[in-house]
Each structure stands twice: as structure tokens, then as C-alpha cells.
Write a protein that binds this ligand. Sequence first.
Ligand code: COA
Length: 155
Amino acid sequence: MTPTTVIRPLDVEDLETIVGIEQQAHAYPWKKSIHLSCIEQGYPSLVLEQDRAITAYVVFNYLYDECHLMNITTKPSLQGRGYASQLIQTLYQHSALAGMSSVLLEVRESNHPALSFYAKEGFEKIGHRPDYYPKGLDREGAVVMRRSLSDFLLS
Ligand SMILES: CC(C)(COP(=O)(O)OP(=O)(O)OC[C@H]1O[C@@H](n2cnc3c(N)ncnc32)[C@H](O)[C@@H]1OP(=O)(O)O)[C@@H](O)C(=O)NCCC(=O)NCCS
């Protein structure tokens, strides 16, 4: 049978599953309390389900006319199959409908897979924040990236 892909809002009932994926996928995972806080604040975050199992999620929020993308993650065993691409396309559509004109994010400067992913998605580097993230006993910088939604805006 053809697998069914569904993209839907992230719900509080997804919390344990996404925290599990978060811990597998990130060297510096978000704590459960951060994910819970994003849900409680009503962020319009999304999950991608493949045959009813969560494969990827994206946490984001709207501020003025900017969508701030805070976390996009695909389950490690299912990376490289286009799930994050599908999810971010839906984020663009929802953001444009909500009146956003661009998507902004920060990413660790050592996170080469994510940097490649965002570059392929049309994000451009617009800044650098030194020592933005903790890294062991040290710190590391963030690359600030932006993608215009002009190609998604309604006429
Ligand atoms: C970044 C991430 C979300 C990409 O998810 P994914 O579902 O594997 O991505 P896709 O399969 O949709 O990849 C789309 C494109 O991104 C790029 N890309 C994705 N993973 C890559 C990797 N490991 N190395 C280089 N490029 C990569 C490629 O250009 C790819 O296109 P291609 O398949 O035609 O080559 C995933 O690697 C991940 O969850 N990483 C850990 C969490 C993280 O660091 N998130 C970002 C910061 S919050």
C-alpha cells in the first residue's frame, strides 16, 4: 500500500514522541519543558506523520510579519527522504496565509547538514551571533538566516 503522509498541527499529546525524537536527533536537545512551553504558548507548530507515526516536526512562531523557525527535526533513521522539505513547504504556506513576509532562524555554525538544508531551501545568511549557543564548556556562534516568502504571497 502507498504510505500516507499527513502534516497537521503539533498537539500536546505529541509531546513524549517529539521529545524522544529530539533526544535522538540533537547533540544539544531541547528540554521537554521548552517543547511544552511552546505548545502552551499556542505556537502554530506542525508535525509530519507517515502512516500515523511522527517522522518530523517544526516549531515556529509569528512575530509581526516574520515567522521565526526555532526547531526542525527529522527522526534520524528517516533523514534524507525529503520529510523536512515537505514540512517546511507547509510552513511557508501557513506563514504566507498568516501574513508573514519572511522566515528567520538561527543555526549552529557547526551544523553542516542543517546549513545545507536551509541553503537548498533558499535561505540566505544575513548575520552572525558570536557565542550564541553553549557547546560543552565552551560556546559557539549562530548563523542568522532569512528566506523571503515573496514567492508564496497571495496576489
Ligand atoms: C536538518 C534536517 C532537519 C534535515 O531533515 P531531512 O528530512 O533529512 O531533510 P530532507 O531529506 O528534506 O533534505 C532536503 C535537502 O536538505 C539537504 N540535506 C539534508 N540533510 C543533509 C545532510 N546530512 N548533509 C547535507 N545536506 C543535507 C540536502 O540538500 C537535501 O536535498 P537532497 O536530498 O536533494 O540532497 C535533519 O538533518 C535533522 O533533523 N537534523 C538534526 C536536527 C537539526 O539540526 N535541526 C536543524 C536545527 S533546529
